[in-house]
Design a protein around this ligand. Structure first.
Ligand SMILES: Cc1cc2nc3c(=O)[nH]c(=O)nc-3n(C[C@H](O)[C@H](O)[C@H](O)COP(=O)(O)OP(=O)(O)OC[C@H]3O[C@@H](n4cnc5c(N)ncnc54)[C@H](O)[C@@H]3O)c2cc1C
Length: 378
């Protein structure tokens, strides 16, 4: 089979690896507009369950990924200068660039051709020139736009703003920090992803954003302002920019996932708010599901139909949980009157996917502390 892939992010690379592993005769080309060492952002997170899926799909890249990653089992909630830790949550972080390098190497070893610095504008020519065109071209997908009447995308630009920084302050766990000033409430999502660096994403609502005056500020001033807001948490370390800019989260859904020989995958197909840390996981698991569909049948239409049929319910379930989580952060200001322990409990259960019983199983001491604070215990 001749497969053209637009986008050499996690989704495109992983699908190429699995297809080439399944049949070395497939001719697979990936067109990637960036160079092999360019990337945006800092680190990405995987759950323990995702790592098990990666091992089952390709133990070679799994071994390399787990050699590089930083693991932890706690979510920390920081509010009013108090830190509450909730254990029993298995996560790991890896630099996005590191992950891409591992997947690029693995794909090239298997014989996948990666054409860097190749930005595709003429999608239709590429589509006609292959049996399968995989649109793994990210959240602002050119392919999705080109065939919008076929895919019928639903794009929802959310009101909150966020900005993705790094820092050398190490956060040993997924840390959610809340700080308030006269402009409003700022939430930081941070976690260590290498021995020296953490991701540090700051999010705020539009009123806070306007009140702080970010519209008039340059990059350095914004960095200094936020460094000041989180000075106690950064412990003297600076925030680090990687061309970091304020973004509105874009919620992506598509009525149709494929047509003829073109299929959307990863962020081009769907997004889930970063507060549940699932974008890379979903992109890679899409690739696994699609490659499995080609194990069922070599007929392209049947395989794409199988992919959508089996994968859509999983994605809808995730997007529903991520939506609840996103809404929570959009309304974070309403929860600031809660005590740190109450806030931690409400946060842990915000998506509807983690229950009281789950938390009790994961971290009985946390639940005891929560119940004591409510006079429900002893
Ligand atoms: C602030 C923030 C925090 C995040 N945190 C996490 C996290 O903690 N954990 C997590 O798992 N995920 C996280 N994500 C999400 C993650 O970055 C993406 O969800 C994931 O990378 C999606 O993979 P993808 O392969 O679908 O797309 P991408 O990784 O976006 O890859 C698409 C690729 O296509 C290329 N491309 C686009 N258009 C063209 C074209 N026309 N021609 C050629 N190439 C093209 C791009 O250069 C890019 O390399 C976060 C995202 C953001 C914005």
């Amino acid at each position: 089979m001749k497969i053209n892939i637009i986008g050499g992010g996690p989704a495109g690379l992983y699908f190429a690896i699995l297809m080439k592993k399944a049949d070395a005769a497939h001719q697979i080309r990936i067109f990637e507009r960036n160079g092999p060492n360019d990337t945006f952002g800092w680190g990405v997170v995987f759950s323990g369950k995702t790592l098990a899926n990666l091992r089952a799909a390709d133990d070679v890249s799994h071994a390399e990924i787990t050699r590089e990653f930083e693991a932890w089992d706690n979510v920390d909630v920081v509010h009013r200068d108090a830190k509450i830790s909730i254990h029993g949550n298995s996560f790991s972080g890896i630099a996005r660039l590191q992950l891409l390098k591992i997947l690029q190497r693995r794909a090239e070893q298997l014989g996948v051709e990666i054409l860097f610095h190749s930005e595709i504008q003429d999608v239709e020519s590429l589509r006609k020139d292959c049996d399968l065109l995989l649109a793994a071209d990210g959240v602002n997908s050119t392919v999705r736009l080109r065939y919008a009447p076929q895919f019928q995308p639903e794009l929802d630009v959310r009101a909150n703003r966020y900005i993705w920084y790094g820092t050398q302050q190490l956060f040993h766990g997924l840390t959610l920090t809340f700080r308030e000033n006269s402009a409003g409430v700022f939430a930081a999502h941070s976690y260590k992803f290498s021995p020296t660096t953490s991701t540090f994403i700051v999010e705020c609502d539009p009123q806070t954003w306007a009140g702080a005056g970010f519209e008039q500020m340059g990059s350095d001033e914004t960095l200094d302002y936020l460094g000041e807001v989180f000075s106690q948490d950064l412990n003297g370390h600076k925030l680090l920019s990687n061309n970091s800019k304020w973004i509105n989260f874009l919620l992506v859904k598509n009525k149709n996932w494929f047509f003829e020989n073109v299929v959307l995958i990863g962020d081009a197909l769907h997004t889930a708010h970063f507060s549940i840390g699932s974008g890379t996981k979903l992109a890679i698991e899409d690739a696994i599901a699609l490659a499995e569909s080609f194990q069922q049948t070599t007929n392209v239409s049947d395989a794409l139909m199988h992919f959508e049929k089996t994968r859509r319910p999983v994605i809808e379930d995730y997007q529903a949980a991520a939506f609840e989580s996103m809404r929570w952060f959009e309304n974070a200001g309403e929860y600031m009157h809660l005590s740190p322990i109450e806030l931690a409990y409400v946060l842990m259960t915000r998506s509807g996917r983690v229950s009281y019983e789950d938390l009790k199983r994961r971290d009985a001491a946390f639940i005891r502390q929560y119940e004591l604070s409510h006079g429900l215990h002893g």
